[in-house]
Each structure stands twice: as C-alpha cells, then as structure tokens.
Design a protein. Structure first.
Ligand code: GLU
Length: 268
C-alpha cells in the first residue's frame, strides 16, 4: 500500500512538472508577473546605462517595456552579449531577447524570431582622414568587431584579407580603434552611430562606405511557442499603429523614420 502511494505521488508530480513545462510563455510570464528580457548594456541608443539615472535605457529596452505592459507584467532585464544571447534564451534564463540581433535562418534553427522590428545594415567606422573609404581598403588591416555577431562573419566575406579581431562588446572594439590597435570597427550602422555620438570628440570619426550586409533585427523568442510569437508580433503591429514605434525611433535615433520604411503590418 505504502509503495502504491509513493508511486502514485511520483506519477502525479511528473504530471504536474510536465504540465508546467508545457505551459506556454504567455501563461508563464503572467504567472511570475515579470517579463525577463535579454538586452545589451553597452550599446548606445539600443541598450545602455544612462549616465545620470544609472538605469538601462534605449530603443530595445523600450520595446521590452511595451510588450511587458501589454502582458500586464513588469520588466526585468538581464544583460547579454552577442555570443551568449541565444544560449541564454535556449536555457530559459530570459523570456525574450531584444539586443540588436539580426534574424537569420542559421540562428532560427535554435530559436524563433519576431517580425523585423528594426532595419539596418553593416558599415565601418574609421578615423577621419584615415584614407579608408570601404571594406576594400581593409586588406591586410586589423578590424575590430564582436564575438558571435553577424558582423564578424560578414567582414570576412567582404574582405577576406582583413585581420578580424573580435571583442566581447562594441565599446572595447572602439577603444582599440582609438588606441590604434585596429584601423576600423565594423558592425551595424546604428551601433556605429551610437559609438561615434557617445565619444567626447565625435567629429574625429566617420562611418564609411556602402552597406556590407543587410541586418534586419528580430526579437529572439523561444523555439516553437507560436502563441507567444503571435502575441509579440501583434504588440509590434499595435506599437506601430498607435504611434509609439515612430516616437521611440525619433527619441533614440534622433531623426524621423526613413521614408517608406514600415514594419510588416498584418490586417487585424
Ligand atoms: N545585428 C548584428 C548581429 O546580430 C550585429 C550586432 C550585434 O552584435 O548585436 O549579430
């Protein structure tokens, strides 16, 4: 009898655990009352620490807050790097990633993505007057970028003769440029604009050349949770339709949305 009770208890606890595991992210997040977002903390304009308030702010941060508000929960932030953001989502340490992340099919094998919520492309940042005008001029030169980024791969394709040095975060690559350890930093133009704008002498630096690659950003979402993915996509649509998206774009980028650019709008 005692054995039977133990077996029954075990079966019930397995069933309970399985039901928790299979509960979708929406129920999960609502139950804990908080949406945990993986964000950057050193990418000016997108996810960075405000010098005065010491709070995490930026375009990606505001996107997370909007989605959390639609779920009726608070937002919690965990800092991610380009290298660990997908593993952190896969392990469940974060519910969502909003971290200047390009959606691409190879990444889609491990996680899912929202619709494109920001459109950018890769460029290079150089010292003004350096004579480097494009990736073609980077043959046999050192170029800084970040581990785990698309930028790392794209520059190798665009200029196979460049010596690519990968850092953990973009400010370190920019520091290397300032110290003359690399001749250029390469990544998405918005991130480069943020590095330049955040410098004491922005006029010393220029974003050069044509786009090396196109970089459409998607929010990183858990694999195979279509209810959550649909919800997030609907939030992005609502954000556009209620004008929040346009306001946030202007607030962080400092200019109006480029003419003709729109997120993918689905009829309601
Ligand atoms: N958007 C690119 C990527 O997802 C570069 C920026 C970044 O490292 O987050 O890899």
């Amino acid at each position: 009898m005692k054995r039977l009770v133990i077996i029954l208890a075990l079966v019930l606890s397995f069933m309970f655990a399985a039901s928790i595991a299979s509960a979708g992210k929406i129920e999960d997040v609502k139950a804990k009352g908080v949406l945990t977002c993986g964000v950057k903390d050193s990418v000016n304009l997108f996810g960075f620490i405000d010098a005065d308030s010491k709070e995490l702010v930026g375009f990606d941060i505001d996107i997370c807050k909007y989605i959390a508000s639609k779920l009726g929960v608070k937002t919690e932030f965990k800092v991610v790097t380009s290298k660990n953001r997908i593993p952190m989502l896969v392990q469940g340490s974060v519910d969502m990633v909003a971290a200047t992340m390009t959606h691409k099919f190879s990444r889609d094998e491990q996680i899912d993505f929202s619709i494109t919520y920001f459109m950018d492309g890769q460029k290079i940042l150089v010292k003004k007057g350096s004579g480097i005008a494009s990736a073609a001029d980077l043959a046999n030169k050192k170029v800084g970028t970040v581990k785990g980024s698309t930028s790392e791969k794209n520059i190798k394709n665009a200029q196979p003769k460049a010596h690519v040095i990968s850092y953990d975060e973009y400010p370190q690559a920019f520091m290397a440029l300032k110290q003359g350890k690399v001749k250029a930093v390469t990544t998405d133009s918005g991130i480069l604009a943020g590095l330049k704008a955040g410098d004491d002498n922005p006029e010393k630096w220029e974003i050069a050349g044509e786009f090396i690659a196109s970089e459409p950003y998607g929010l990183g979402l858990p694999q195979n949770d279509s209810a959550f993915r649909d919800f997030v996509n609907k939030c992005l649509n609502e954000m556009w339709l209620d004008g929040t998206y346009q306001k946030l774009f202007k607030k962080w980028m400092g200019y109006d949305l480029p003419e003709g650019w729109t997120i993918e709008l689905w009829p309601m």
